[in-house]
Design a protein around this ligand. Structure first.
Ligand code: ADP
Length: 530
């Protein structure tokens, strides 16, 4: 592929001119210089993909020029022009990694073909290095995806980056979004450990985080982003950690003086690694964030439950006094005053039921609700619940019927909790059924259980609301609730209590036509198996 930059060094003007012309015609960007020294100077000013040098030049040989250029720019490839071949020269050339030779005299086609082959070799070597780079990244990505512990994650990324590139020191800085500052999250290897925070844009790391661009430089980078050592041979690279196009931090690596500088293959590997690491780090940050928010919510929820239970307890005593004294004075009152007293008592009893709900919910929440199961006859239990509510149904001229089969087995249930379940379902049926409606209680044995259903001909429950009504405080909008009162707790308590028995509750409903709430309870099995 043409377009690469080629530096040619030859002290023979004719050879230089022929070679330059041949390569320009081949589509390369070519610079010609007359000596090895000039080639080294030129390579310091500009980057070249390839050096073509005559092996024998006064002042500095082509091989020595190539060695010096490669020290600073290790990805430069070398093509040596030679009029003779000696064993020593060949050994030295191989040691330096010279990629090709061409013998004088050579024609333009031969030169172009040799250059093209050498460049293609470099491209393949790079491709190879890229593929090799994917292996450790793949290995890491499995761990990265599974790790949400930010500290472990950043430490692993830093040590892998250092290990795979042969860097002596690696530091990983993360961006504190609120303060817009970089802070040190992890290091690997020995290096200067400045812990100062860096403003976005400040120092090299700050610049890389701000611009999202990679920077490679001669000298050593401290984790605070300043070049701390411009020592000979030391080199550094600083890459942004980009997650969804946004820099969430930077990763900096330093190679000690004397070690070969970072190659393009190193940068390729680091770019791939930084991409995977950034996604994993952003994930872990999000996870930590969500976890904190969740903990905070749980804490608030706990406080709210504590408040509800405390308030319910505190309200209970004065309410008990109201009910007791109201009952005591009943006999001393005139008929009119007694009617008023009944209104007071009824309101107080309703309040008492609400407090019961709050306390029941709390007991279910905290696991302090205890089950005292015993064999219970359903006809008696449903009769008792209906008896307590029949006046409400009568007030709405509703027809209530009990349809239990004659040989219905007993259930094994806590009688008090069964009353709470039945009272809630029946009072809902009465509340949400218009005047003159129909309410039926049915029960059917089903293998080891008995299924009890409370059916009404009321307003029904829209699709999409049927599961939600079992959540606490949930009430269907625009229901008759506001006229009827209620905290939206009844069904969640009923569900909790049915589940305590090992049973299940569900609802079938057609808006405008009615609802059927069904729940299952275990059948009573006598110990003798009779
Ligand atoms: P509430 O104290 O508000 O009745 P519940 O938990 O008992 O609380 O019920 C939650 C919501 O479910 C009610 O507000 C109502 O919207 C709906 N609901 C419950 N039972 C019925 C029913 N039989 N018919 C229609 N809607 C009902």
């Amino acid at each position: 592929m043409a377009g690469e930059r080629i530096l040619i060094a030859d002290d023979e003007p004719d050879v230089l001119a022929v070679a330059t012309r041949a390569l320009v015609q081949g589509g390369y960007e070519v610079t010609g210089v007359p000596s090895g020294v000039a080639a080294v100077e030129e390579a310091q000013r500009h980057n070249y993909d390839m050096l073509i040098a005559d092996v024998k030049m006064p002042g500095m040989s082509g091989l020595r020029a190539y060695r010096l250029i490669k020290e600073a720019a290790p990805d430069t490839i070398g093509l040596i022009i030679t009029g003779y071949g000696t064993m020593e020269m060949a050994i030295e050339a191989v040691r330096l990694g010279v990629n090709a030779f061409i013998l004088k005299p050579f024609g333009p086609d031969e030169l172009r073909a040799t250059v093209a082959r050498a460049l293609e070799g470099r491209r393949l070597a790079r491709e190879n290095a890229r593929l090799r780079a994917l292996l450790p990244v793949h290995e890491l990505s499995r761990t990265l995806v599974a790790t949400t512990d930010l500290e472990r994650l950043t430490t692993q990324v830093a040590s892998l980056a250092a290990r795979e590139t042969g860097a002596s020191f690696c530091s990983l800085l993360l961006l504190d979004d609120e303060a817009q500052e970089l802070y040190l999250a992890a290091t690997s290897g020995a290096g200067s450990k400045a812990t100062r925070r860096l403003k976005l844009g400040e120092g090299i790391a700050g610049w890389v985080a701000k611009t999202g661009e990679t920077m490679a430089l001669q000298g050593a980078l401290a984790e605070d982003g300043a070049v701390v050592c411009a020592g000979e041979g030391a080199s550094s690279v600083c890459l942004p950690l980009l997650a969804q196009g946004r820099a969430i931090g930077v990763i900096s690596l330093v190679k000690a003086a004397g070690a070969p500088p970072f190659t393009e293959a190193d940068t390729d590997l680091l770019t791939i690694l930084a991409g995977g690491a950034a996604a994993a780090i952003a994930n872990a940050q999000l996870f930590t964030h969500l976890q904190r928010a969740y903990e905070r919510l749980a804490e608030l929820d706990h406080r709210k439950s504590e408040f509800i239970s405390l308030a319910a307890h505190e309200l209970r005593s004065p309410l008990a006094a109201v009910i007791t004294y109201a009952t005591l004075i009943e006999g001393d009152l005139s008929d009119e005053a007694r009617d008023h007293l009944h209104v007071i008592l009824e309101a107080a009893m309703r309040l008492n039921l609400l407090l019961d709900d709050l306390l029941n919910l709390r007991n279910l929440d905290t696991g302090t609700a205890v089950l005292h199961p015993e064999p219970v006859a359903l006809d008696a239990a449903t009769g008792q619940a209906l008896g307590a509510l029949v006046h409400l149904a009568q007030a709405k001229e509703q027809q209530v019927s009990l349809a239990l089969p004659p040989e219905l087995p007993q259930v094994f249930a806590d009688p008090q909790k069964l009353q709470i379940i039945l009272l809630n379902l029946l009072s809902n049926a009465i509340k949400f059924t218009p005047n003159g409606g129909l309410i039926t209680v049915e029960a059917l044995p089903d293998r080891s259980q008995v299924v009890v259903s409370v059916r009404d001909s009321g307003i029904g429950i829209p699709d999409g609301e049927r599961e939600r009504i079992f959540e606490r405080f949930y009430q269907v909008a625009d229901s008759l609730r506001r006229e009827q009162g209620g905290l939206g707790l009844g069904l969640s308590i009923v569900k909790g209590m049915v589940e305590m028995h090992g049973g299940r509750i569900w609802v079938e409903s057609q808006p405008g036509r009615g609802s059927t709430f069904s729940f299952s309870l275990p059948k009573w099995q006598s110990p003798a198996g009779a």
